[in-house]
Design a protein around this ligand. Sequence first.
Ligand code: PMV
Length: 318
Amino acid sequence: GTTPSASDEHFAPSNIALCKYWGKRDQQLNLPVNASLSVSLGHLGTHTRLVPIDYPADEIWLNGEKLVPSAPFCQRISAFLDLFRNPDHCHFRVTTRNSIPTAAGLASSASGFAALALAVNDSFALQLSKEQLSVVARLGSGSACRSIFSGFVEWQMGHREDGLDSHALALQNRWPGLCIGLIKVDASVKATDSRSGMQRTVETAHLYQSWPLQAASDLQQLKQAITAQDFELLGRTAEHNALSMHATMLASWPPLVYWQPDSLKMMHKIWKLRQDGLPIYFTMDAGPNLKLLFESTSLEEVMRQFPDMEVIQPFGDV
Ligand code: PMV
């Protein structure tokens, strides 16, 4: 299409799923087996800018450092850009910067591909709607389609084979006081990436058959919790959903165990604190780290219990 020009710097937030996306019905298009629901992390995410360059390859900078083109990260970005350009004579300098504390073990692919989709839209003057941008971001990484929106976000699975109806939507509700605590258990462990983890689960875990039904019912409960601002319902549904996803991972072959001994230690600590009356829940993705869910009324006590935790308030400080 059009000749690209330099884009502005674009921002997309990171997001944490309360009802997880686990399993693809189409590997190429990143079409999910189930709908999911997340909360975007406010100002924590990725800033990205594109500048066309007269050079036979892309030049990719991450947090101020130039990456080697063979890095898997670079190859995924270049492959995504190939969807919009003629790769024979169109290359970019991609400057990308994460405001997520990288040490916290939060994946940056969601915010990364959402910010890149926004920058592509600007550079090629595509004038896409938010829903179309969400479809485009999804092609980079499934969960990226949710990072186009802020606040609570639902990713509708869609039914079309071309995926044009599989995109995220903003849910209207806010939740001042909602807090997310990032507990780093181990950022160094090289886990099985989510793409191959999902594929293995779908192909080998009989238990996975029950996942779509569980996810559909959790999604409804979460929407109800958000509408009613019922923290207990939100927390227990999110925790149950995450543990159910991990159950399908454990039931895969070879087994997918993302937990470290310290992950389990943290879970027991959380269950004990909850038994003692502290309203605190957790969720986990395809890695060993925990994300705590609590309200700002418990912030002081939770900070005392988890001094190394990073706190995020997705709807701003209260
Ligand atoms: O977007 P991907 O391919 O990195 O998959 C994300 C999968 C989970 O983080 C485990 C769940 C989710 O919904 O974010």
